[in-house]
Design a protein around this ligand. Sequence first.
Ligand SMILES: [Zn+2]
Length: 224
Amino acid sequence: MIKPIYKLLCLVYPEKCPYCGDIVKSEAIACDKCIEKINELQKPIFRGAGGYRCVSSFLYGGSVRRMILSVKYCDTIQYLAQVAKIMAKDIRTAYGDEPFNMITYVPMYREDRKERGYNQAKLLAKQLSKLLDIPCEDTLIKVKKTKKQQRLKYAQRKTNLIGAFKVRDKEIIKGKRILIVDDIVTSGITLGTCCKTLSRAKPRMLCCATIANAQHHLPDTAII
Ligand SMILES: [Zn+2]
C-alpha cells in the first residue's frame, strides 16, 4: 500500500500517462501516443442511469479499461487528476446551463473502503469539485455489504442494492442541484439506486457523471 502522503503528492503532481504509464509533462492529460487512442474511445455519451441523466466521457474498453482497473486495484489514483480534466469538459457540455450546488459520489461500504484504502469515486468527485468550482459533499453512506454488481445476473443486480444506501443529512440535500459521480456506469442500477435514495431528501435536480460507459457490453433489456 502506498503511503497517504505520496498519494496526495501524486494528485498534485501527476507525471505519468494514465493509459500507458509513460512519463508526461505535468499538465498533460496523456502522452502523444495515447492521445489518438483515447480520442477513439472519447465520445461523450449521454444516456440514462436508472432514469436519471448521465454523461460519460469514454466507452469502456481498451486503454480506458486498463486505466480504470489500475486506479481501482493498483493505487495509481494520481491518474484521476488527468481524467477529471476530460470529464469536467464533458460535464460542462452536458449540463452547462444547469449549475450544480454540489458534487457527490457513490459511497463504498466501510470495510471495502478500508481494504482498498480509498474510494476512487470520492477522489474523482474531489478533483471535479476543484475543476468546476463546486463543493464536494459526503451525502450518502453505504450501510450494507453487497455482492459485486458485475458478478451478478442482471435480475439480481437490483435486489442486491435494496437498502444498501442511506442519506447522511437530508437538510443539506433539500432543494439542491446535485451531480453524482462514479467511475463506470453499466446497467445504471448503482447510480439509479443512489439517485433514488437521495431523491427522498427532495433535491431540486439529480444528474450523474462517470469516466466510462460500459452499456455496450449489455443487452438492451439489462439497461435501466
Ligand atoms: Zn500513453
